[in-house]
Design a protein around this ligand. Structure first.
Ligand SMILES: NC(=O)C1=CN([C@@H]2O[C@H](COP(=O)(O)OP(=O)(O)OC[C@H]3O[C@@H](n4cnc5c(N)ncnc54)[C@H](OP(=O)(O)O)[C@@H]3O)[C@@H](O)[C@H]2O)C=CC1
Ligand SMILES: O=C1CO[C@H](CO)[C@@H](O)[C@@H]1O
Length: 312
């Protein structure tokens, strides 16, 4: 399993497995399948409302001897209703109970902006009534405590922009190890990746395959795995368009968390290290960047800590 070293010495596997958005009963099955085909890094979140099922899958695969806890790299995330410092440790403890774990490898602040505790997970119909103005610097103190108490080996952020990262680094006693952001050829994030690398923060790219399942049902950019030239590039290497895209993204020096419900595709998405892209193919993939997002979350764009009002 190829890994990248984090700023605290721990290693994170480059290809992980995404767990959003599984229908009831699906998460349990696909996580077991993913472990069987070789995934060791899993990307979870309270917001995905499936941590109980995922915990059952981990526990079964550890009990039957397929993996040991130490073989797994488990990330989960703190959702926006729980940004108050005193809520963070209890929240992580409750997520650990669902996941049937004693610690997570990585705990991320899912978004820089917070909601009121009782506003519900997705309060899009409540406008600014649902917002909390808790500063993510306060949230970070609670995250640091999770490391001190041994509940999380590393902590990090997700969907933070450069100004927010710089502000956090000014005060952090424990530096964020990871920033998880959207990365795919429609938004290759080279500038934000550079900014993070210069500060010893590893980027994890989400929606690396452009969230195929949502295409057509929402106003989202056409996934680049449907691009004719990407498909033709794949044929040249005897690889699929998905493998071309994942390899291109891996070569940006980041980790990725693609998701698939299908065994063959799970295997395909892991097997991206046995070929190299020629410079002319990389040049074409670079040209696909239009800095357009799938995940905009613009219902909350007037929140004080909304991250996408600046370019990156
Ligand atoms: N921090 C954050 O705010 C966010 C984090 N995430 C994380 O990132 C993960 C990945 O993002 P996600 O939105 O799931 O989207 P992805 O970009 O991983 O795309 C998943 C879609 O691609 C299809 N797919 C997967 N592999 C292949 C393949 N080899 N060939 C063709 N199609 C394929 C899947 O279909 P099928 O199942 O049929 O194979 C599914 O429709 C999430 O699961 C979550 O863990 C996501 C969004 C935001
Ligand atoms: O992790 C996530 C999964 O996707 C959601 C949107 O569909 C995001 O809001 C969220 O951050």
């Amino acid at each position: 399993m190829k890994c990248i070293k984090l700023n605290n010495g721990y290693e994170i596997p480059i290809i992980g497995f995404g767990t959003y958005k599984s229908t009831e009963g699906e998460a349990y099955k696909i996580v077991k399948k993913a472990i069987d085909v070789g995934y060791r890094h899993f990307d979870c979140a309270h917001f995905y409302e499936n941590e109980d099922e995922i915990g059952a899958a981990f526990s079964e695969k550890i009990a039957d001897g397929t993996v040991r806890r130490d073989d797994l790299y488990i990330t989960t995330k703190l959702w926006n209703n729980f940004h108050a410092k005193e809520l963070i440790m209890p929240m992580l403890k409750s997520q650990l109970k669902s996941l049937q774990l004693d610690y997570v490898d990585l705990y991320l602040v899912h978004w820089p902006f917070g909601f009121k505790k009782d506003a519900g997970l997705w309060p899009i119909d409540q406008g600014s009534e649902a917002y909390s103005d808790i500063d993510y610097l306060e949230t970070w103190e609670g995250m640091e405590e999770c490391v001190r108490q041994g509940l999380a080996r590393s902590i990090g952020i997700s969907n933070f922009n450069t100004e927010q990262i710089a502000r956090l680094l000014n005060v952090a006693k424990i530096k964020p190890a990871v920033n998880q952001i959207e990365v795919n050829p429609n938004i290759n994030q080279k500038k934000l990746i550079r900014f993070c690398k210069d500060r010893d923060i590893v980027v994890t790219g989400y929606c690396p395959l452009g969230r195929m399942y949502a295409y057509g049902s929402q106003d989202i950019p056409k996934p680049t795995l449907l691009d004719d030239r990407v498909i033709a590039i794949g044929a040249k290497y005897k690889k699929t368009a998905a493998q071309i895209i994942l390899r291109y993204l891996v070569d940006l020096g980041i980790t990725l968390v693609p998701k698939s419900t299908k065994r063959e595709r799970m295997i395909e998405n892991l097997n991206v290290f046995d070929f190299e892209l020629e410079p002319s193919d990389v040049e074409y993939l670079d040209l696909l960047d239009r800095h357009v997002r799938i995940i905009i979350f613009d219902e909350f764009k007037d929140h004080k800590y909304y991250p996408f009002n600046i370019e990156y």
